[in-house]
Design a binder for this molecule. Structure first.
Ligand SMILES: C[S@@+](CC[C@H](N)C(=O)[O-])C[C@H]1O[C@@H](n2cnc3c(N)ncnc32)[C@H](O)[C@@H]1O
Length: 213
């Protein structure tokens, strides 16, 4: 949980990412959106939708979602990763934003989203930040909108600021903010790292009719 000088209080969770950005830019793009999100593909909006990817890294998922016809805002607070993403996906209409959970002001991109992705990000937030972040994301979802969360479990890489966050806790926190768990699954690490496992959850906002009940 050590900070390494390349993050600030604005986003302690970004500790370690700037200095490793060149290598991570290669690693993140070695796997595909379809592989990372294989368990939830059936829940990704099928028609053109407005989608937010928070902690987008190099924009692998954002670019895939744009290619599927969606309008995508990619939030990435680590400048070095954002710059790699803008280079790698230069031909993609991703709307890149420098912002950070839990506040996520999105001043340049107001309005709500049909889906929000947070892949490998949530366990960088402490308990208080997770509470604020869940409230913020619930407020950003359209009625019936879905929050796709991916949690990393296992050893913490050197210099990263990470917490052990369970799927059960995340589902409970979502429920406290009106989000129902519609899918929960676990998988091994696509990069084959020792002891690393991943949980996937899809949390859904009430639809418009039920919201009025
Ligand atoms: C493990 S990487 C995942 C990147 C990308 N989602 C992927 O799957 O390839 C985690 C990302 O979350 C970002 N991050 C860390 N703390 C954050 C925060 N508080 N708000 C938004 N993003 C954050 C980091 O800068 C990093 O790009």
């Amino acid at each position: 949980m050590a900070a390494d000088g390349d993050s600030t209080d604005r986003a302690r969770g970004t500790a370690g990412y700037a200095r490793a950005a060149d290598a991570l830019a290669v690693q993140y793009e070695e796997v595909t959106f379809g592989e990372v999100h294989c368990d939830v593909l059936g829940l990704v909006p099928s028609g053109p939708a407005r989608i937010l990817d928070v902690g987008a890294g190099t924009g692998r998922d954002a670019a895939a979602l744009v290619a599927l016809g969606h309008s995508v805002v990619a939030v990435e607070p680590t400048t070095e990763l954002r710059v790699h993403g803008q280079r790698i996906h230069a031909g993609s209409a991703i709307d890149w934003v420098d912002d950070v959970l839990p506040g996520l002001t999105l001043n340049q991109c107001p309005g709500r989203f049909d889906a929000v992705f947070a892949t490998g990000v949530w366990m960088h937030l402490n308990a208080e930040e997770r509470g604020h972040a869940m409230a913020r994301i619930a407020a950003l979802l359209m009625p019936g909108g879905r929050f796709f969360v991916n949690l990393r479990h296992g050893p913490v890489p050197e210099g990263r600021h990470m917490f052990d966050v369970s799927a059960a806790e995340t589902a409970e926190l979502g429920a406290a903010h009106g989000l129902r768990t519609v899918l929960s699954s676990e998988r091994s690490d696509l990069h084959g790292r020792d002891g690393v496992r991943w949980s996937t959850l899809v949390l859904q906002a009430k639809n418009a009719r039920r919201a009025l009940d």
